[in-house]
Design a protein. Structure first.
Length: 92
């Protein structure tokens, strides 16, 4: 399961269920959340590979997971002006 939750209210804004977490699930759930609730100012992301893909986070100043190249296009979050924070490992 992949879900986007409003941390203030605790409400789940969108979610997808599949056998294994993958980037298609994240794309679908994120797209539904933005379409229904608008563009968030900030996102806290898990450190799973389905969330760290370049299509989503490339160009973010806090993205230290992969090699960064000058010709890399910016990810969706960067293009939408969303501030990205990574969850602290083993804190949940």
């Amino acid at each position: 399961m992949v879900a986007f939750q409003d941390l203030y209210s605790g409400k789940f804004l969108s979610w997808r269920v599949d056998n294994d977490p993958n980037k298609v699930m994240v794309m679908a759930a994120f797209g539904e959340m933005v379409d229904t609730w608008g563009i968030p100012k900030r996102c806290v992301f898990d450190n799973g590979h389905e969330f760290t893909k370049k299509w989503m986070t490339a160009g973010s100043p806090t993205r230290f997971r992969f090699k960064v190249r000058e010709d890399d296009p910016h990810g969706v979050l960067t293009q939408l002006g969303i501030k990205l924070t990574w969850a602290k490992p083993a804190s949940g």
